[in-house]
Write a new protein. Sequence first.
Length: 248
Amino acid sequence: MTQDTGLHRRGFLKGAAAGGAAASSIATALPAAAQGGAAPAGAAAAAPAAAPAASGAAGYMFLKPDEAAFVEALVDTMIPADEFSPRGTEVGINIFIDRALADGWGKGDRLYMQGPWRQGHPNQGYQLALTPAQLWRAGIEATNAHCVKAHGRPFDQLTEAQRNAVLADLDAGRVTFEGGLPARVFWGVVYQNVMEGMFSDPIYGGNQDKAGWRMVGFPGVIQNNRNHVVAYRNRRYEADPVSIADMS
């Protein structure tokens, strides 16, 4: 993203650790009436399960056409093409997100699903009565509604400057969704998933051509590099990144 928003690429990378914790640091309960018609489901703090391996096709398994347009615009705005890496869709972050939402993580397979849904404390982690997939679907709809109200168009049809401004407002907590969905929780999950799609192993759909790893100098599969730890202590280790698929 551009420097004007405070969420440009350098800030994205510097805030990666904070972004990973964002989704679990905000606790809230969402009334069933605010779920936009989604079936009530439970969720509690848990590490997301890995997304399934992406197929060679770029077809979507979970995202509907309007949702896919939103996600594509989102990842290209957060990860624009520049001297560091290709844009987000070329890295495959949209595919990573779609596969994760279609898989067990998106369905909340590793989350507590029984309730009761009460106002929680931040140290209790994720407290919404929504699975990650339901949260993304409701969040996309709510963000598009906010964009239509503020700019007259859904997110993917806004100018680059307008998209940057919307994301900056989400990040700063200046957006309130109608219906009760907490915008900050949605943004926290979005930020975390984009970060995961940028830096996860390419077998999960994102980080294509290991673009994220090459950008930060990560050599890939750690087990494959263990013999170099002593020899390169206190020295920069440069090597072509190795992924899980490369080891098979």
